[in-house]
Design a protein around this ligand. Structure first.
Ligand code: 2P0
Length: 329
């Protein structure tokens, strides 16, 4: 019986320079390069088993068997690896997402990075981490960056092979992030759909790739000199610029909710009190606060007091993908 098994863990990442818009939606080539911080607190463990004993692909997430649509998406992704290994075996995929339930933080970034790493291990594929990031990208753009630890750049490239992640800095100099999960009931627009609509209709979109590339140069210089204040200022400006492109689309839409705006105010007020705290926000209402690790507990406490309904998660910087030698469940 031929069976190939692999297990891997990948952590999620939060973009400080955002990816918003695809130049090629087939290949997932982005309109601009982006940059993120990998987080320790949120991750996905994934086990794959390619076997001739199986009849078809299947996918179990957090102990729940997934429906046809979700399996089809996974199957298309597995095909990249089956093609590389030149084999045609069905695969069983099991994943456990370590994301607090109901926090509105479910992420495809750690999911596809873990799946790609598990496939590489199972099929003993001769792929570097950088090459692996190009495959992770084909599952979800943000997964490209979850292959590496710390501050990671996703170079946009112009074809499959060169749209890849580059590790910039392990961020092991006291960087942290406090996540304010606002857990609202509002149904969000999937980011894939949101970015396509923004490109098609937003009068502000043409300015976005240029601004993002400028922010990227500035933030890379700030990372190099370990200037967390400058990193935070650039990240905050970049997030707001991305959200502005959506406000200027037609019909307009936004991920801002009243609580998101209140949380931004809270971060500004923490700054007034002397904290080095800067926010960013993605395709949902949650606010993430970049800060020094030494201030993260006090910032988290202030957030908990201001938003008693929310879940507050303090995260250190996360590692890159890891293979697992046993399945911890
Ligand atoms: C980012 N986001 O850079 C940006 C900021 C959301 C806002 O990457 O279509 O789930 O699978 O490539 O990666 C979310 O988009 O989209 C995202 P697809 P993805 O983190």
């Amino acid at each position: 019986m031929t069976t190939y098994q692999g297990m891997a863990r990948a952590h999620t990442n939060i973009a400080l320079i955002k990816y918003w818009g695809k130049a090629d939606s087939e290949l997932f080539i982005p309109m601009n390069s982006s940059l993120s911080l990998t987080l320790d607190a949120l991750y996905t463990d994934t086990k794959v088993c390619f076997s001739e004993e199986l009849k078809q692909d299947s996918f179990c997430l957090n102990g729940e068997e997934q429906a046809e649509g979700a399996v089809a998406k996974i199957s298309r992704f597995l095909d990249f690896f089956r093609n590389l290994a030149q084999l045609d075996l069905p695969c069983r995929v099991e994943s456990v997402n370590h994301v607090p339930t109901g926090a509105g933080l479910a992420s495809s970034a750690s999911a596809f990075a873990a799946l790609a790493a598990a496939c590489r291990q199972a099929l003993t594929l001769d792929l570097t981490d950088q090459e692996l990031s190009t495959y992770a990208r084909r599952g979800s753009g943000s997964a490209t960056r979850s292959i590496f630890p710390g501050f990671v750049k996703w170079e946009k490239g112009d074809r499959h092979e060169n749209s890849r992640a580059v590790p910039l800095d392990p961020a092991d100099w006291g960087v942290a992030m406090v996540i304010l999960a606002l857990n609202t009931q509002h149904k969000k627009i999937p980011s894939r759909q949101g970015m396509a609509h923004t490109i098609e209709t937003s009068a502000f979109y043409p300015a976005w790739p240029r601004l993002a590339e400028k922010h990227l140069k500035e933030i890379e210089a700030a990372i190099q000199r370990r200037d967390l204040k400058a990193i935070g200022q650039i990240a905050e400006a970049n997030a707001m610029a991305m959200h502005a492109t959506m406000l200027a689309s037609n019909p307009p839409f936004t991920y801002f909710e009243p609580a998101s705006l209140e949380a931004m105010d809270q971060v500004r007020s923490l700054r007034d009190q002397g904290y080095t705290a800067y926010f960013t926000m993605d395709a949902g209402p949650n606010i993430k606060v970049l800060c020094p690790a030494s201030e993260s507990q006090e910032i988290a406490q202030a957030m908990e007091e201001a938003f008693p309904e929310a879940k507050v998660i303090t995260s250190q910087v996360g590692p890159g993908i890891q293979t697992l030698d046993h399945w911890p469940y």
